[in-house]
Each structure stands twice: as structure tokens, then as C-alpha cells.
Design a protein around this ligand. Structure first.
Ligand SMILES: Nc1ncnc2c1ncn2[C@@H]1O[C@H](COP(=O)(O)OP(=O)(O)OP(=O)(O)O)[C@@H](O)[C@H]1O
Length: 203
């Protein structure tokens, strides 16, 4: 059994990591799915009330509320899959909940890319979906995510994955993490000239 959770600021590549997982036949549970389900259960509009419900859930049941509700979904997928990817953890409190439940079988993967790189990618992604919002919008989103405890969550990562090269290189690195299984630790570097390498934090 292996549960991989991803953290990372907007545009870092969490969606791409989820795409690689799906290609590998690994089910993906997103924290967004949990909130959408809850929004529906409350008879609210998932497109409009998503943010309010996420906030209400945390106020009513504590900061780990969403992670807590994702556990049955994850356990359900683990019944017939060896590995599950959880997309988009938001805080260290959520990380702790997963560590409590899955122990060494939980790998926290932090996906990182500099602000300007993320901004360019989000602008490119938004070209068709009118998502491009310039640097200020992204700075505000970063601020909001960091306010939830994203920075602390990233600090707890078992594996740091740099996403500063090509998409192909990034996909390869994600596949490495998936195939290695539990227990992987260290940084998968951004050095495009060398082979993908994994090194332990203490080596
Ligand atoms: N290494 C890369 N090279 C080129 N484009 C990339 C690379 N990594 C990601 N992208 C593209 O950048 C955009 C942002 O990546 P992605 O959607 O995976 O980020 P995210 O972390 O899920 O962002 P958000 O939290 O905003 O949803 C996407 O259009 C993706 O295809």
C-alpha cells in the first residue's frame, strides 16, 4: 500500500502529477472532490459555494476536516489498487492526519517551481480559458495558500520535486516517485544535463 500526497503552490504542476498517476492506472483523489461532494450533500451549488463550504467544514470540524473526509475515499480505492495519489493537500495539519493514518506508507511530495515560471505556465494554460490574471493575481493566490499552511506542509515533504525543466522531464520524475514506492526521501533535482537523481536529505 502506498499513498502519495502532493503539495505545491498554484501552477507548480500538481495537475500534471495527477495526469501521470492516471496514465499509470493509479486512482487520484482530490481534496476538491471532497468539498464538491459535501457541497452537493448540503444542497448547494458546487460552482458557487465551493469556497464557503470548504471554510465552513474547517470551522465546524477543525482544520483537518477535509483530509478526514477524504480518508474513506482513499481507503475505498486502496481496496483494489496498490497506490493512490491524493492531489492538493493544503496544510501541515492535513499532512499530520495522513501520516497518522498511513504512517511510512505515506509519501508527501512537494512540487516546486519559481514564481515567474509558474506565472508563465498559468498564463499559457489560461490562454483558452481566460484564466490569465497576471502576476498580482498569482501573488494573491500564493498568499492565500500560504495562509492555510501550505509553506509548513511543503517543509514536511519526504520528496521535493523540482519542476523547472520540460514537461517530459517532470513526467519522468513523477513516474520515478510512483515506481519507487514508499520510503523514498530526498530531492529530485532540476539539473537538466544529468540523469534524474534521488539523494537522501542527509547524504
Ligand atoms: N515542466 C513543464 N513545462 C511546461 N509546462 C508545464 C510544466 N509543468 C506544468 N506545466 C503546465 O503548467 C500549467 C500549470 O501546471 P498544473 O496545472 O499541473 O499546476 P497545478 O499545480 O495543478 O496548478 P493549480 O494549483 O493552479 O491548479 C499547466 O498548463 C501545465 O500543463
Amino acid at each position: 500500500m502506498h499513498v502519495i500526497g502532493t503539495v505545491g503552490l498554484p501552477g507548480s504542476g500538481k495537475g500534471e502529477a495527477a495526469t501521470v498517476a492516471r496514465e499509470e492506472g493509479i486512482p487520484v483523489v482530490t481534496m476538491g472532490d471532497v468539498v464538491r461532494q459535501e457541497t452537493q450533500d448540503r444542497g448547494l451549488d458546487p460552482t458557487k459555494d465551493h469556497g464557503t463550504v470548504a471554510q465552513t467544514l474547517r470551522e465546524e470540524n477543525g482544520p483537518a476536516a477535509i483530509a478526514e473526509r477524504s480518508l474513506p475515499m482513499i481507503e475505498d480505492r486502496l481496496e483494489n489498487h496498490e497506490t493512490v495519489l491524493v492531489d492538493g493537500l493544503r496544510s501541515d495539519v492535513e499532512v499530520e492526519r495522513f501520516e497518522e493514518r498511513f504512517g511510512d506508507r505515506f509519501t508527501l511530495l512537494s512540487i516546486e517551481a519559481p514564481f515567474e515560471v509558474r506565472r508563465e505556465r498559468i498564463d499559457a494554460r489560461g490562454r483558452d480559458a481566460s484564466e490569465a490574471d497576471g502576476g498580482e493575481g498569482l501573488a494573491a493566490r500564493d498568499e492565500r495558500e500560504l495562509g492555510f499552511g501550505m509553506g509548513e506542509a511543503m517543509d514536511e515533504a519526504d520528496v521535493v520535486l523540482q519542476n523547472t525543466d520540460t514537461l517530459e522531464a517532470f513526467h519522468d520524475r513523477v513516474r520515478t516517485v510512483i515506481r519507487e514506492g514508499p520510503g523514498l526521501e530526498g530531492e529530485i533535482g532540476s539539473d537538466s544535463d544529468s540523469e534524474t537523481h534521488v539523494r537522501g536529505r542527509n547524504s
